[in-house]
Design a protein around this ligand. Structure first.
Ligand SMILES: Cc1cc2nc3c(=O)[nH]c(=O)nc-3n(C[C@H](O)[C@H](O)[C@H](O)COP(=O)(O)OP(=O)(O)OC[C@H]3O[C@@H](n4cnc5c(N)ncnc54)[C@H](O)[C@@H]3O)c2cc1C
Ligand code: FES
Length: 285
């Protein structure tokens, strides 16, 4: 039987509908389609890395997003958002000083207690780097607990790379290997790092997959082939963690929008092991 990851159920939250207002105190335009909102909630929000919150724009709507900041930061929260539709387009028009609402946190988180003493692989691309940045910053905050962190990050092209401001700093952290790849380098864009889909970076991996965790997040096609390649490499199904960003509405098991076979992505996930969901239908859609 697959082991279920710990989650925050609606029963654990006093009132899952309660909205905590937050001020946008800064905005970083990461790429043409992705920006990071730096938020100051009116009261501290305690979450575990990997969980998500529902972010609302008054009069517009709300959507699920994973904080991209460390879970050790409770008085501020970063949320990295890609423009895809109505709500996210409106979020991309927001300005410093505007206010949004936050509900949650909801769902499962990365089981950091089982990562202790391990060599951790983080693999992601596009806006899937948002929860992975949160995981990475949480891990480096207590780096002595872990043996090493290898972070492979992908993007379509150099201009689509996010967190550019932080990369040089991340590469300097002790016990950290941070490597980037882009799918292609269009004419006129400069790039001196790896080229190819992010999984090509597995050629550089130097850890024993049998006893170490791997965490993956990205667009569905990247998740599918990333999971396949990591399993072929030798990672165990119960140590391969996937953040499943399914369509959601309520965020806590009431509306059934997020059903994946016998699971609800919102309350049983969003973080699942591959072992848990491998037999469910349409997991990569
Ligand atoms: C647990 C979780 C965490 C997420 N974290 C982030 C994050 O950190 N940053 C980020 O940019 N996005 C994240 N998403 C996706 C984000 O919630 C959606 O992109 C957003 O809600 C779309 O709203 P919209 O009104 O702008 O788009 P819509 O107009 O509703 O849809 C536009 C397009 O986006 C797709 N879409 C809509 N909802 C989702 C969804 N939940 N997941 C994937 N695609 C969707 C639609 O199929 C459609 O193609 C997360 C989703 C989940 C479930
Ligand atoms: S989002 Fe409503 S049940 Fe999962």
């Amino acid at each position: 039987m697959p082991v279920l990851l710990k989650t925050t159920s609606p029963q654990d939250i006093e009132n899952p509908y309660r909205v905590i207002p937050a001020e946008i105190y800064d905005i970083v335009q990461e790429s043409p389609l992705i920006r990071t909102l730096k938020l100051r909630p009116d009261e501290p929000i305690v979450f575990k890395t990997g969980q998500f919150i529902e972010l609302s724009i008054p009069g517009v709507g709300e959507g699920p997003f994973t904080p991209s900041s460390s879970h050790f930061e409770t008085e501020r929260m970063d949320v990295t958002i890609m423009k895809t539709g109505f709500v996210t387009n409106t979020i991309h028009q927001a300005k410093t000083g505007d206010r949004v609402g936050l509900r949650g946190p909801f769902g499962s988180h990365y089981p950091l207690d089982t990562f202790e003493g391990k060599n951790i692989l983080i693999l992601g691309g596009g806006c899937g780097l948002a929860p992975l940045r949160s995981l990475f910053l949480t891990l480096v905050h207590e780096i002595d607990r872990y043996n090493s962190i290898t972070f492979f990050a992908g993007a379509k092209s150099p201009k689509d790379c996010i967190y550019k401001q932080a990369v040089d700093e991340w590469k300097q952290y002790p016990k950290v290997t941070f490597v980037r790849a882009v799918d292609e380098v269009p004419a006129g864009q400069e790039w001196h790092e790896d080229v190819g889909v992010v999984t090509v970076l597995l050629n550089k991996l130097d850890i024993d997959p049998a006893d170490n965790p791997a965490v993956v997040c990205g667009p569905p096609v990247m998740m599918k082939f990333g999971a396949r390649d990591l399993l072929e490499y030798g990672f165990r199904e119960d140590r391969l963690y996937l953040s499943m960003e399914k369509k959601m509405y309520c965020g806590f098991g009431q509306c059934r929008h997020c059903v994946m076979g016998k699971y609800y992505a919102c309350k049983d996930g969003p973080v699942f092991t591959y072992e848990q969901i491998k037999n469910e239908e349409d997991i990569w859609e």
